[in-house]
Write a protein that binds this ligand. Structure first.
Ligand SMILES: [Zn+2]
Length: 301
């Protein structure tokens, strides 16, 4: 009896000190495989062979997991040549009948240029962090919510053409998210969580002021939950203001936040938009911090 009681109290203590992440099942190693698999396909800018192969990869993973799966294809005239751009948003819907919904999104395209690279600024980047990392977290979250559904319906959307614009040409960024907000799948979500550049091995996620203005409560909940789990990568201090795929949603009056570590690897963001943005600069631990936090937050909704 005494033994049993001790055993029970040990169990209770263990249950109390086990981090929240132990309950979500988020598999960081499998997410990191998803990052590597994307990079193995080569650069993934619009009209590239890597882009075509990526769409197949995403369909292979997501179609069996989702309740409905859609390739949202659209064309745009290339602002920088006579070509036409073939663009595709990847949409995986979970419980599409539910009216209370959350969009989780990331951009899957990679930049067709590396303007801050000292050696080869005109060639496309592999985009391990800026592209593959957010998608990797979302593919693993898709596996989790397919097994254990959340209360709200979830739309996982991988946007094309986020990083297409030439420096300063803002209207040719965010191509996929801009198209989506004008052609949404209904019912439309009330809240949006964007993941971008979440793979940096030296992860520090500050608060994007644009996000905080749009949805202060969502920011406070998610950052507080990260602290509760023990992820000190999330810091509740203001970072740089982001012009990213959350902006078209905010412009439509929808609450949207961007979880992003723009300091890659540090405040001078010296790997950003260079050929240094490769998988060896990223880590499974960083994907886990973001994936577990977002997934834990979803299960509290
Ligand atoms: Zn970028």
């Amino acid at each position: 009896m005494r033994y049993n009681r001790t055993y029970i109290s040990i169990l209770i203590i263990l249950a109390c000190i086990l981090p929240v992440n132990a309950q979500t099942g988020f598999d960081a190693d499998r997410a990191f495989e998803d990052l590597l698999n994307q990079c193995d396909l080569g650069t993934r800018e619009p009209n590239s062979s890597g882009a075509k192969a990526s769409i197949k990869l995403f369909e292979d993973v997501l179609r069996p997991l989702a309740d409905s799966f859609h390739l949202q294809n659209f064309k745009l005239d290339d602002p920088y040549s006579d070509a036409q751009l073939d663009l595709t948003n990847i949409i995986a819907r979970f419980q599409p009948e539910k009216t209370e919904r959350i969009i989780l999104c990331a951009h899957w395209d990679t930049r067709p240029r590396a303007e801050y690279d000292d050696h080869s600024p005109d060639t496309p980047i592999i985009g391990a962090n800026d592209g593959a990392s957010g998608v990797a977290v979302l593919l693993e979250i898709a596996r989790q919510i397919s097994d254990a559904p959340t209360n709200p319906g979830i739309d996982i959307i991988l946007f094309d053409g986020e990083d297409y614009g030439e420096p300063g040409d803002l209207q040719h960024y965010l191509l996929g998210s801009r198209y989506y907000v004008d052609h949404p799948y209904l019912p439309l979500a009330q809240r949006v969580v964007l993941l971008d550049m979440v793979g940096d091995a030296e992860l520090t996620i500050k608060v994007d002021p644009v996000s905080y203005k749009s949805a202060p409560r969502m920011v406070e909940e998610i950052w507080a939950l990260a602290a509760e789990i023990g992820y000190d990568q999330f810091q509740l201090v203001a970072g740089a203001s982001m012009y990213d795929d959350h902006v078209p949603f905010i412009e439509k009056g929808i609450q949207a936040i961007d979880i992003i570590d723009f300091e890659y690897p540090g405040p001078d963001h010296s790997y950003w938009h260079t050929h240094e943005d490769t998988p060896d600069k990223c880590s499974p631990e960083s994907l886990e911090a973001v994936g577990n936090t977002v997934l834990s937050w979803l299960y509290r909704q």
